[in-house]
Design a protein around this ligand. Structure first.
Ligand code: APR
Ligand code: ZN
Length: 252
């Protein structure tokens, strides 16, 4: 396993189909708590609240908890240099797709366009009674227990609950980019939640170079990671971008 920023930059600059696979760690420096690790969401909340049948049976009790877990903090969060680096690489045609496990919309806020939201999003909800898709506006989220503005029905956030399938279109696009990838950036994820966490293994099996950016070793490190860049994503990605410039054909 290599630890060299220069080697990672060289691979990125020469990549034919660079893909970034991101987890909660990329948003940590934007003030969004990760799920695991010190101060993680699962230290504070019982994962049961994200089990679909528990949510449906305890609708009035769970919604305020979910708002506290996600919506309040996501609403205030801004992208950090890691998100902006990926958005810039996409604009310049270097990065082909971001596959994210995150539901915080920060990749889009940073300007990324081709963002595959493997676990859905927090922008909207689906009404379980009239079936409409409802944008989660401040007005709806200000209700103690959000209800459908059309029929007063119960709203299910549009992110993937435990026990729910991955949105089929996201699953298809994510696998397609993963199998086409020759350089696969894995940023800020423990690599333990399936099926999302299986994607880097698919990339590796298909011959991609796996470059991992993480504060700590993950399930991938020492197994499929070719280059491990340890540290904060918000610091490493801009440094990697600077180093990559050296290997890119000069713009003039
Ligand atoms: N920079 C880079 N990596 C970081 C940083 C940082 N500033 N801070 C934390 N990390 C790393 C941690 O070392 C850890 O490996 O980010 C990872 C966060 O791990 P998790 O909280 O488990 O997040 P993630 O892997 O995205 O979880 C996957 O689990 O609960 C489900 O659906 C939820 O999408 C989530 C999935
Ligand atoms: Zn409705």
């Amino acid at each position: 396993m290599d630890y060299s920023l220069e080697e990672a930059a060289r691979r990125i600059a020469r990549a034919r189909h660079l893909v970034a696979f991101t987890g909660a760690g990329i948003s940590a420096e934007s003030g969004i708590p990760t799920f695991r690790g010190p101060g993680g969401i699962w230290d504070k909340y019982d994962p049961q609240v994200l089990e679909l049948d528990f949510f449906l049976r305890n609708y009035d009790r769970v919604w305020p908890v979910i708002k506290d877990m996600f919506y309040t903090v996501i609403h205030k969060a801004e992208p950090n240099p890691a998100h902006y680096t990926l958005a810039d690489w996409e604009k310049r045609g270097l990065l082909k797709a971001v596959i994210t496990q995150n539901i915080d919309n920060l990749h889009q806020k940073a300007g990324s366009r081709n963002v595959i939201e493997y676990h859905g999003n927090t922008r909207q909800a689906v009404c379980l009674d009239c079936g409409r898709t409802v944008p989660l506006t401040e007005e709806i989220l200000s209700q103690q227990v959000p209800r459908c503005p059309h029929c007063g029905g119960r709203l299910k956030p549009d992110f993937v609950f435990f026990g729910e399938p991955i949105p089929p279109e996201a699953a298809r696009k994510a696998l397609e980019h993963t199998l086409r990838s020759d350089v696969y950036l894995v940023i800020g994820t423990t690599g333990i939640i399936i099926p999302a966490s299986l994607l880097p293994y698919e990339a590796k099996r298909n011959g991609a170079t796996v470059i991992e950016v993480n504060l700590h070793p993950s399930e991938y490190t020492g197994k499929i990671t070719d280059i491990f860049l340890q540290g904060k994503a918000g610091e490493i990605l801009p440094a990697l971008a600077k180093e990559t410039e050296k290997f890119l054909p000069s713009s003039n």
